[in-house]
Design a protein around this ligand. Sequence first.
Ligand SMILES: [Zn+2]
Length: 156
Amino acid sequence: MLVLSAQQMADIAAAAESAWPAEGCGLLIGKGRRVITVTRVMNADNLLKSQGNDRFELDPKIRFEAERLVRGTRERVLGHWHSHPDGSAQPSATDLAQAWEPDLIWLIVGTAADSEGRPQAVQMLAHRLDRDSGRVFPVRMETAEKRACQAARFPT
Ligand SMILES: [Zn+2]
C-alpha cells in the first residue's frame, strides 16, 4: 500500500495540470516496506516535453539531488510519478517499452481538459512491475488522513 497525504496528492495533481498538454513528472521519496509512506515529492522537469505528449524523462539532476537527500536516512527514492494528458492513469505502451526499474512504484496521473479547456487531474493510480512475469500490478493507495481516521478509536 502506498500512503500519501492529501496535500502531496494535491501538489502532484497541480504539477501534472501545469505540465499539460505534455506529461509532467517527479520523484517520490518515502519509507516503509509493506505500508510505504511518501515523505516527500520532488517535481522534475520533463526533458522530453517538446518531443510529444506521450513520454517523459526525469531531469537526472533531480534524481541525483534525491539520492543525496536520502543518503544516511531511513528514506529512499521509492518511485516516480508522471502524467498522461489523455486522461488515462494506466501504463502506456511507451511506458511498458521503457526499461523499468522493477523496485520502483509508478504513480500515474490522468489529466484532461475540462469543458473550458482547463487541464484537470482526473485519476491517480499506482503501479508496480512484477520482475518475474513482466506484468504490471496495481498498488493500493490511501491518504495519510484516511489512515489516521481508521486508526482512531471511537468510544462505544
Ligand atoms: Zn506513461
